[in-house]
Structure formats: structure tokens, C-alpha cells
Write a protein that binds this ligand. Sequence first.
Ligand code: KIV
Length: 284
Amino acid sequence: MRKTIRDIQKMKDRGERIPMVTAYDYTSAQIVDRSGGIPLILVGDTLGMVVLGYPNTVPVTMEDMLHHTQAVVRGSHEALIVADMPFLTYASRHDALRNGGRLLQEGGAQVVKLEGGRSVTPMIRALVGQGIPVMGHLGLTPQSVNQIGGMRVQGKRAEQARRLIEDALKLQEAGVFAIVLELVPTELAGEITRRLRIPTIGIGAGNECAGQVLVWHDLLGLYADHLPRHARRYANLSDTITTALQRYTDDVREGSFPGAEHSSRMNEEELREAVRPTESGLSV
Ligand code: KIV
């Protein structure tokens, strides 16, 4: 049965750490379910970078998010599915409701995530008021990369740290069921986590959060060279896939693939009949 936001809160209340991972397609979502212990999937707008090849998440559209969320929902039956609201799709309460509603109605997600602090609380209230669960996102908010001027740790100085603590409390009050903390110092993430009833999910925020999230491609080593400092690689699929492709190329070149076991045969008489010259048919 699919997890609910109540199940996630119960995990936090029991002191169970909450693993979350991003996924962007049907097959990956199936694998997450099969792995057995991951209650939360994020269809992150990182898909703009890791799947679509954009330099950041700003170009991602509602249509992109709907397309990928639908695929993930088709592949997963256990995890709670959180879909990111793309840049500028929640700039007003009206936009937030229209687009958040689409992610649930058309995308099939159960929760939406949006970035920002006190300025987004009216949109959170509107969504939660209409029965759309919301996950917050504080610290580094990648949709504001052009404003922030890069992907750097947030909240290292007292004033900014205080603001982040206040923002977290304001998001909780507005009704979010959990908050992603991205690229904030461990001590600050711990402080925020202890002050909230709801779970914090960290990425580059140390090990004092209630849960952790990693991007699929980082976790599985799908990039040959690039690994953000905050991520741990649990497999090296880039190398595994490269080797598999090289072996496939060699097999095709030398004619050893496909083998008899991958092919079907036909009766020789049928073939002779098929190529027999006729008046209206083959002239070979
Ligand atoms: O879009 C995403 O994948 C995210 C994670 C980095 C938390 O927001």
C-alpha cells in the first residue's frame, strides 16, 4: 500500500530516519519499490539537469514535471510521491492551486514541493487548505540560482541562520508536512530539526535531519566524473553501463549477437514458397 504523509510523520515520531530518493521514470520507480525500504520518492525538478541536460532547474516546465511524474507513479505502488512545482508555477495563490492541482490530478502525485521561506506561505496555505499536501524546501533553493549567484552553502552567518530557523517555523505553521534542507551547515540543520514537529529531510545538511534525500544519478554513479561533495556513490553504473555498451558493440561487430537463442527460425519450404516467382508477385 502506498505510504501517506501520516506514515512519514509516524516514522519521525518513532525516531526512525527517513530515506528519500529522486526518480524520474517508470523503471527507476519500480526499482525503488523493489528495494523495499524507501517510503518517499521525489520527482525533483533536478530532472532538468540530470535527465534533460539543462544547466539548472529554471527551464523545467509543468509539462516536463507532469510527463515524468506520471511515469514514476505508473512504476511505483509503495512510496509516497512528491512532485516538484517548477520555477514560477506558484508565484501567486491562483497559480499554485492550478499547478499543484494538476500535479495531483493529472500527474498522480500525492504531494507537491515548492521552494522558499516566508514569501511562499500564502501559497502553502492555499494548497493545504484545498487538500494538497506540501513539502517545503529551504537553504539552497536552486530555482533562485540566478538571485543567489551559485550553488553554495546557506546560513553560515548568524543573521541568515536565524532567518532560516524562522522560515522553517513559518513553513510548519503554514502547514507543510516536511521540509527539505539543502546545503546548510550540520549544526543549523540540527537546530531546525529539533525545533520542528515535522520531519526535515537533508541534502548536504549533515546527519542531524530526520531524513535524507539523494539524487538518483549521484547515488548510483551515473556520471563518470561529477559527484557533489554532499553525495555518496553507492554504485558505479556509469562504468557498468559503458562496459556493457562496449561488449555489445564488439558482439555486433564480430557477429556473435544475436545468437540462435535470440532469433526465430522458419520452415525452409515456407521460405521457398515465399520467394517462388509468380506472375503478380516476386520476380526474383
Ligand atoms: O529537485 C530535486 O531533486 C530536489 C532535491 C535536490 C532535494 O529538490
